[in-house]
Design a protein around this ligand. Structure first.
Ligand code: ATP
Length: 137
């Protein structure tokens, strides 16, 4: 199976660094699948689900906003946060979602609206990944 070097860098850590067979990114205009020898490009990544395959095993995780550089034999993802499905605290994400929704409803200021939308997107990304984990059990 051919592979490429995948590096996923979050704000606080190198989340993954190694050889991968496939990665699916939450790109701005939808899901994007990348195989070895993909065309060179830079894409914006939005908060959502990222899946990467290593030795035939699919690893599911939530990532935050960022970007990805695709260079044929190397893919680098730089993002706000990255968490494996099994590391996500569902109750915390549900509380964060509720708080963000309350703040959006309160319509306090434009800046608070933008921050709340971003917090909501992060919580939704975490909940999407964990709900799939439950379904696969
Ligand atoms: P919260 O309001 O619950 O802190 P947040 O979206 O503001 O959520 P972030 O600023 O994205 O949180 O993350 C801060 C740190 O907490 C990061 O290290 C992130 O990985 C971790 N984190 C945030 N939410 C969760 C969660 N639901 N489960 C596990 N780790 C989380």
């Amino acid at each position: 199976m051919s592979t490429f070097k995948l590096e996923i860098v979050a704000t606080d850590k190198i989340f993954f660094s190694g050889d991968a067979e496939f990665v699916t990114l939450p790109a701005l205009d939808g899901e994007m699948g990348i195989m070895p020898e993909h065309d060179t490009m830079v894409v914006a990544v939005k908060a959502g689900e990222l899946r990467y395959t290593v030795n035939g095993t699919v690893n599911d995780c939530a990532v935050g906003d960022g970007f990805a550089e695709i260079l044929g034999d190397r893919v680098t993802v730089i993002c706000d946060f990255a968490e494996h499905d099994f590391d996500i605290d569902v109750m915390r994400a549900e509380s964060a979602k509720e708080r963000a929704e309350e703040r959006i409803k309160a319509k306090r200021s434009q800046i608070e609206y933008v921050h709340s939308q971003a917090a909501l997107a992060r919580a939704m990304a975490r909940l999407k990944v964990t709900s799939k984990m439950k379904q696969n059990r």
